[in-house]
Design a protein around this ligand. Structure first.
Ligand code: CO8
Length: 372
């Protein structure tokens, strides 16, 4: 029973923010903060905030721009967060809406209709509520019979979601699975923190997995196997959660938003990811040289360069290891799916590729796939 990926969809909001726009807003915020706290800064009681720089951002990360679901508010120095109007219980939620957009694209790519799906997994870094599951809401919106559930695995949510789909299909618990990654991350970004204000963008991706015998699309990929690894680390963390109310702490404090020790993450995750991928390929007697395409997690261009160099002993070119960071930034778990979605149609039968995520948790998830 060969499990395949038969469709992929990438949806992004229409609004985006360039590095220059982001830095202009952040630096204006810094000026206002430093002016307001002038006396305490001079007495040494408060540290002056430093400026951010568009050149630093591009050099350190490869990011030039990012999409944002609601641009209004995010660059307003009196607000520093997007302004998202709440929706009533009987309206489609924001995250449900972007999940449906990506799902429709993936269904079209797989050449199937929603009534041919019988399981929905919504897997991403955050869900906007605990219940009812966003997946069940999407299931209802698309009129899908069967079952759905949500999963959270931060950066590896998309690959781990595909892993679960692979297992459900192998176990015959489902016949066609829709895995959706509505990465609506902008509400969790601390736009007043220069270390992280530039990192993330909003996007939604989706994939369709099924058995080879039912696949109808033009581009079908056999999933040779899946491999996962997790190792606990506090180096990427958000303490936002339902306990906040009972803890009587500031629900908007910086520790409630995304924060990280970026250097440590870089140093620790790169070797882990390279070793993981090498071992996964070796289990199929495939060497890195035998891989036609690397759809890697998109957190930082220098991480991808280093990981490819470790694997190949040389630099990978942009065709072999596509980078989408310049346009999309880090989109949590969706990065490797965007890279795959935008860069796979030229592969020919027999070409092998690796989809791999790595990041918060730490978590690493890979799929070795081969064009049918
Ligand atoms: N502008 C100017 N200077 C800056 C800025 C800035 N914006 N930011 C930092 N600097 C300064 C620093 O203060 C430092 O100054 P000094 O040398 O005086 O101390 C100097 O620049 C160098 O700083 P770093 O050493 O931190 O710079 P790096 O070259 O390491 O780059 C990165 C920083 C880009 C953060 C890099 O370390 C990195 O990308 N690391 C890997 C991070 C990573 O993979 N993170 C995973 C993210 S988690 C994820 O993908 C999903 C999580 C869930 C989603 C959350 C959504 C909100």
């Amino acid at each position: 029973q060969q499990v395949v990926i038969s469709g992929v969809g990438v949806w992004h909001p229409k609004d985006s923010i360039t590095n220059e726009e982001l830095v202009d807003s952040y630096n204006a915020y810094v000026d206002a903060f430093n002016e307001e706290n002038k006396a305490q800064i001079e007495s040494g009681d408060v540290a002056a905030m430093p400026y951010s720089s568009a050149e630093f951002i591009e050099k350190a990360s490869g990011i030039k721009s990012r999409y944002i679901y609601r641009k209004e508010g995010a660059l307003d120095i009196t607000r520093m967060k997007p302004k998202i109007a709440p929706r009533a219980d009987d309206e489609l939620s924001h995250q449900g809406e972007i999940a449906v957009e990506a799902a429709k694209l993936a269904l079209a790519s797989a050449n199937v209709t929603a009534d041919e799906i019988d399981a929905v997994i919504v897997s991403c870094a955050y869900t906007q509520r605990a219940y009812p599951a966003i997946a069940i809401e999407v299931q209802e919106a698309l009129n899908i019979e069967g079952f759905g559930f949500d999963m959270l695995v931060a950066c590896s949510a998309a690959t781990f979601g595909m892993h679960r789909a692979y297992e459900m299909l192998s176990a015959k618990n489902a016949t066609r699975v829709l895995v959706i990654n509505p990465e609506l991350v902008s509400p969790q970004i601390n736009y007043a923190d220069r270390d992280s204000h530039f990192i993330f963008g909003d996007v939604a991706t989706a994939t369709v997995l099924e058995l080879a015998e039912t696949a109808k699309s033009e581009h079908v990929y056999d999933v040779l196997s899946t491999k996962a690894l997790t190792k606990f680390s506090n180096n990427i963390r958000s303490n936002f959660g339902y306990m906040t109310r009972a803890e009587d702490v500031d629900p908007y404090g910086p520790d409630k938003l995304f924060h990280q020790a970026g250097r440590k993450v870089f140093k620790e995750v790169c070797p882990l990811a390279a070793a993981h991928i090498e071992a996964h390929l070796a289990s199929h007697d495939i060497t890195p040289e035998g891989v036609k395409r690397w759809w890697l997690h998109q957190a930082n261009i220098n991480m991808n360069t280093l990981i490819c160099k470790r694997l190949l002993g040389r630099d990978a070119d942009r065709t072999e290891a596509p980078i989408v960071l310049d346009e999309y930034a880090n989109t949590a778990s969706a990065g490797s799916v965007i890279a795959f979605g935008l860069n796979h149609e030229d592969l020919v039968a027999g070409d092998v590729g690796v989809l791999c995520s790595f990041g918060a948790g730490y978590s690493i998830g890979s799929l070795v796939i081969r064009k049918r």
